[in-house]
Design a protein around this ligand. Structure first.
Ligand SMILES: Cc1cc2nc3c(=O)[nH]c(=O)nc-3n(C[C@H](O)[C@H](O)[C@H](O)COP(=O)(O)OP(=O)(O)OC[C@H]3O[C@@H](n4cnc5c(N)ncnc54)[C@H](O)[C@@H]3O)c2cc1C
Length: 367
C-alpha cells in the first residue's frame, strides 16, 4: 500500500509540470482548433500521463481497480481521439486523471454552459435539477474525486444575478449524481426566497442554461485513514456528506464506520431520507443515521433540538484508541457552534462543541 501511495503521489506531482509545459496554442484548442496544429508528442504524453495517474489511483484503491481500469483505457482513447481532432483540452485530460472515470465535462478554470433538461419538485422548498452536458458531452462525466463540488453562476444577460457591487454571484454545489454518470449532472438545491442564486434557479425553465466551473476538491477522501467518521449536516448541507459517504460505502475494502447526524427543522425537510434509510439498512455495520429535528412530530423517536456536545457523545461513542474524523456542513451559525466559523475559503480556528469534546483541527473538516 505504501509504495502504491508513493506511485500515486508521484503521478500526481507529474501533472502540473506537464500542464505548465503545454504551449498557449495547445491550451486553447477546446472551442477552436489550435492554429499551427496540436503539439502531438506533448499532448499524447499528457494523455499517457492520464493513464498512469488512473493506474496509480487503481493501485491505491483496489476496490475499483477492474472497473476503472477499463474505463481509464476507454477515456484515454477518447482523449487521444479528441486531441487528434483538436478538440480536447489538457484540462480534460487532467480531469480524467483526477476522476479515473472518464473525461470531465467541467473545466476548472473556465465557465461552461450546461442546459437544464428536467426539474423535479423534491419537497416544499427543494428541487432536483438535471443539467445536460450537450451533444458533445454525451460521453463525458462530471468527474472529481470525492469530496469535491462545483460552482455555478447565471449566464450574461438582462437577468444576470449580481451582488451589491455588480459582481456575478457564484455559489458552490455538490452534485448528487455519481462522478462517473455520463452526459448529465444532478443537483439538489434548496431555495432561499431571500437568497440570490436559488430563486433564479427555481425560476429557470427547461432549455435554459446555467454556467458551471469545477470540479473543486474540498477534501480528499482516502479509505481506511480513520476508523470512525462523524458527519454532521444541517439542511442542504447534506449533499457533500452524501457524496463522501456513498463513495466510502462503495469501496468494499474500506472499513471506515460512519455516523451521520443530520439536523432539520421538520421531518419533511429531511433531504435524501429514503436514500439514507436504504443505505443504513444495506450497510448496517458501516453506517448509522441519526436525524435531529427542531420541531418533532408526535411519536418522534429521534433526537431533537440543537446539536450539542451531549448529542454527539450520545450518538458517537468512541474510545481514545479510535482514530476519528468529523465533517461539518450546514448553515453558518450551526457550523460556528459545532466547530467555529469558517474563515472565508479557509477552515478557520476550531472552536465549539467538537473542540470541547477533544477533536483537533486535524480531525475536523468544515465544508
Ligand atoms: C461545499 C458546499 C456545497 C454546497 N452544496 C449545496 C447543495 O448541493 N445544495 C444546496 O441547496 N446548497 C448547497 N450549498 C449552499 C449553497 O452554496 C448556497 O449557499 C445556497 O444555495 C444559498 O444561495 P443563495 O445565493 O440563494 O442564497 P444567499 O444569498 O447566499 O442567502 C442564503 C440565506 O442566507 C441569508 N444571508 C445571506 N447573507 C447573509 C448575511 N450576511 N448574514 C445573515 N444572513 C445572510 C439570506 O437572507 C438567505 O436566507 C453548498 C455550500 C457549500 C459550501
Amino acid at each position: 500500500m505504501a509504495s502504491a501511495a508513493r506511485l500515486f503521489a508521484s503521478a500526481r506531482l507529474a501533472r502540473p509540470s506537464l500542464a505548465a509545459k503545454v504551449p498557449a496554442q495547445a491550451r486553447g484548442y477546446a472551442t477552436a482548433p489550435a492554429s499551427g496544429g496540436a503539439n502531438w508528442p506533448l499532448l499524447l504524453s499528457a494523455a499517457g500521463a492520464a493513464g498512469i495517474g488512473a493506474y496509480a489511483y487503481l493501485q491505491y484503491d483496489p476496490s475499483v481497480k477492474k472497473e476503472i481500469s477499463a474505463k481509464a483505457h476507454q477515456a484515454e482513447d477518447k482523449a487521444k481521439a479528441l486531441v487528434s481532432k483538436g478538440e480536447a483540452k489538457v484540462k480534460d485530460v487532467q480531469a480524467q486523471t483526477d476522476a479515473g472515470v472518464g473525461i470531465s465535462a467541467l473545466i476548472s478554470d473556465a465557465w461552461t454552459p450546461f442546459t437544464l433538461i428536467k426539474v423535479e419538485d423534491y419537497n416544499h422548498n427543494t428541487k432536483r435539477y438535471h443539467f445536460s452536458f450537450g451533444e458533445d458531452g454525451e460521453d463525458k462525466v462530471a468527474g472529481g474525486h470525492p469530496a469535491s463540488c462545483l460552482v455555478v453562476k447565471s449566464p450574461d444577460g438582462e437577468d444576470k444575478v449580481v451582488d451589491a457591487k455588480g459582481k456575478p454571484v457564484i455559489r458552490p454545489y455538490t452534485p448528487i449524481s455519481p462522478p462517473d454518470q455520463k452526459g448529465s449532472i444532478e443537483l439538489l438545491i434548496k431555495e432561499y426566497k431571500d437568497g440570490k442564486i436559488t430563486p433564479y434557479m427555481a425560476s429557470m425553465k427547461v432549455g435554459q442554461q446555467l454556467m458551471f466551473k469545477g470540479p473543486i476538491q474540498k477534501y480528499k477522501y482516502q479509505p481506511n485513514t480513520f476508523d470512525k467518521g462523524l458527519a454532521i449536516a444541517g439542511g442542504s448541507g447534506i449533499t457533500p456528506m452524501y457524496q463522501l459517504i456513498t463513495h466510502s460505502l462503495n469501496i468494499p475494502e474500506d472499513k471506515t464506520k460512519w455516523t451521520l447526524l443530520f439536523s432539520n427543522v421538520t421531518e419533511k425537510d429531511i433531504l435524501l431520507k429514503d436514500e439514507w434509510d436504504a443505505l443504513a439498512s444495506q450497510y448496517p455495520d458501516r453506517l448509522e443515521v441519526k436525524y435531529v429535528l427542531d420541531k418533532e412530530p408526535k411519536g418522534w423517536k429521534g433526537e431533537t433540538g440543537f446539536i450539542t456536545t451531549s448529542t454527539i457523545n450520545k450518538v458517537f461513542p468512541r474510545s481514545s484508541e479510535d482514530k476519528v474524523q468529523a465533517f461539518v456542513c450546514g448553515p453558518p451559525p450551526q457550523v460556528a457552534s459545532l466547530a467555529g466559523p469558517k474563515d472565508g475559503m479557509k477552515q478557520g480556528e476550531l472552536q465549539g462543541a467538537l473542540k470541547e469534546l477533544g477533536f483537533t483541527s486535524d480531525n475536523v473538516f468544515k465544508f
